[in-house]
Ligand binder design. Structure first.
Ligand code: CA2
Length: 176
């Protein structure tokens, strides 16, 4: 008889010593640095990813990055993240921000905490960009700070994960 692991509690009972963070980028973000610098800046996706992985190494965390132009591939990667016991996701869903209930449902189903990042300030652009299917589920949203927004989101994730007790709950934060 095979044993089947069910439920999140089994998967999450012992957080690893090294926080595991997944950074996800949605469609067209592979074009960064080549077009539309007015909205998205001059950094390439490789520049951004290299900086985030380097920051993870300094902090003793495992930072993985993933970009895809297809909705299903992004959904599959979220499912994989749950199987890999990823602790935190930083995600720029790109145009799927405004359209993808399916990607939202994947994040909701896995219950991995995530920060939503946008390079541009989506509220200063066309009205169809003002609604996000992710923001109400996100721990927080960073929008309009360019590539720096990813770094801030990762800093938050690392600090949040360093504050865990050995049992996976959060230590009480000091007020100051
Ligand atoms: O500001 C952001 O980060 C966005 O998520 C970027 C999406 C856009 O649909 C969202 O409303 C806001 C678009 C990503 C397209 O990336 C490109 C990069 C370089 C050249 C062309 C597109």
């Amino acid at each position: 008889m095979t044993t089947k692991r069910t439920g999140r509690s089994a998967a999450k009972s012992a957080p690893s010593l090294h926080p595991h963070v997944l950074v996800m980028h949605g469609p067209n973000l592979n074009l960064l640095g080549s077009r539309e610098p007015r909205h998205y800046g001059l950094a390439t996706l490789d520049d951004i990813n290299r900086a985030l992985v380097g920051r993870g190494e300094t902090a003793g965390a495992h930072v993985e990055t993933f970009q895809h132009n297809h909705e299903g591939a992004l959904i599959d990667r979220v499912h994989q993240a749950a199987r890999d016991h990823v602790d935190f996701i930083v995600i720029n869903p790109a145009a799927y921000t405004h359209s993808s209930i399916a990607l939202r449902d994947a994040l909701a189903a896995t219950a991995i905490p995530f920060v939503e990042v946008h390079l541009s300030n989506i509220y200063a652009r066309e009205s169809f960009r003002h609604h996000s299917y992710f923001s109400d589920l996100a721990v927080g949203v960073v929008s309009g700070l360019g590539a720096h927004g990813y770094e801030l989101a990762l800093e938050y994730a690392l600090r949040h994960l360093q504050n865990r007790t050995p049992h996976g709950s959060q230590k009480t934060e000091k007020a100051h």
